[in-house]
Write a protein of this length. Structure first.
Length: 126
């Protein structure tokens, strides 16, 4: 991912941003992002990647760093609580929240949503 010059390869940058390499090439052509060429490869300065990550987060100020963008694939509501299933790329994320929160967010199958994960401990054993 990182090379001796401190740049981030285009493929790694695309993965970090959740976009395709083709999208980053289009952004470069339009002037939205700047790459350097090192040894025939496109690399991005780490500060440029950090800027884009912040831009894609909507400028929100939060300590959470784990964001998984996806689509709601299921919502089960009862009197007080709701279980929301998200498909986020290759990951399935299940969130439990108040029914009121799910209603306020308009969470229904097919709706775009982002899971923001902030956890000090996650333990799963088998």
């Amino acid at each position: 991912m990182m090379e001796e010059h401190g740049g981030v390869r285009i493929g790694a940058a695309a993965t970090a941003l959740g976009v395709s390499v083709d999208t980053l090439r289009r952004w470069e052509r339009s002037g939205r992002v700047r790459f350097e060429r090192v040894g025939g490869r496109r690399v991005m300065a780490p500060a440029e990647l950090a800027r884009l990550v912040g831009e894609r987060a909507g400028g929100e100020r939060t300590s959470a760093r784990n964001r998984l963008t996806g689509v709601v694939v299921g919502v089960e509501r009862d009197g007080v609580m709701a279980k929301v299933d998200l498909a986020c790329g290759p990951f399935r994320v299940v969130a439990l929240m108040s029914r009121e929160a799910a209603d306020d967010l308009g969470l229904e199958p097919g709706a775009p949503a982002t899971a923001v994960v902030k956890a000090t401990n996650v333990i799963v054993e088998r």
